[in-house]
Design a protein. Structure first.
Length: 235
């Protein structure tokens, strides 16, 4: 039982006489969709979540070095833009780095969300375990670790109908590669490439929504692998 045609071809080349090879798909898609269907959008702080919402999820310092300068410029040029920053490790050092970089822009930490500043633009997540639900209420997403160990879970924001950005290391994720090929996800390797892909979507929200719908359709098209595998396991 294999997850893709590419895997099937690799096994055939390595073991031509292998009997009974079948492509069943990846059961991770079933898990993501099941979890998505049980999530609701979070209760945002007062006055937040009404504009264009961008979630930077599970970011490492290398991700932030690339995207933070562009996000700061975007906040200046697009008044409706609001950010949710979700560090991969919400240590005090990491949180303070974000607060320092965006100094002067109204920001609040998640734990203090009941007391937001006026005209809140940035919600800084200082708690783990919230990311999937945060994607639920967003319009666009960045998924971290594409500059380090390999991109994290792109299926979650894709299943929510979001266009997705990530760094250059995504060979570890077949679904990220496929969404990039479909044009509903974007690999970036510098602030310049991020801006060139990100700003057009902020300027054209309808096009952004169409790309997000393509991502959602792709994720849903990969579902039902578990049901295909079960009869083989039971035999």
């Amino acid at each position: 039982m294999l997850v893709s045609d590419a895997d099937l071809e690799r096994v055939r080349q390595a073991i031509p006489e292998h009997p009974g090879l079948s492509v069943m798909g990846d059961t991770r898609f079933d898990s993501v969709i099941e979890r998505r269907d049980g999530l609701t959008a979070p209760e945002w702080p007062k006055g937040f979540g009404e504009g264009t919402l961008f979630v930077a999820g599970s970011t490492w310092p290398q991700d932030e070095e690339c995207i933070f300068p562009v996000l700061r410029q975007a906040l200046d040029e697009f008044p409706e833009l609001q950010l949710v920053l979700v560090p991969h490790e919400p240590t005090e050092e990491h949180l303070v780095h974000a607060e320092t970089f965006f100094q002067g822009i109204p920001m609040v930490r998640w734990k203090n969300r009941d007391q937001p500043p006026p005209a809140l633009r940035i919600l800084l997540i200082d708690t783990i375990g919230l990311l999937a639900g945060l994607y639920r209420g967003a319009d666009l997403a960045y998924v971290g670790a594409g500059f380090t160990t390999g991109v994290h879970n792109t299926m979650e924001p894709g299943s929510m109908g979001l266009p997705i950005f990530f760094g250059p290391r995504y060979d570890n994720a077949l679904e990220a590669k496929r969404m990039a090929e479909l044009g509903c996800a974007f690999s970036i390797d510098s602030p310049k490439t991020f801006q060139s892909q990100f700003f057009p979507l902020l300027e054209n929200p309808e096009h952004s929504k169409k790309l997000g719908e393509q991502a959602r359709q792709f994720v849903e098209s990969q579902a039902h692998a578990a049901g295909k595998c079960l009869p083989y396991i039971l035999r």
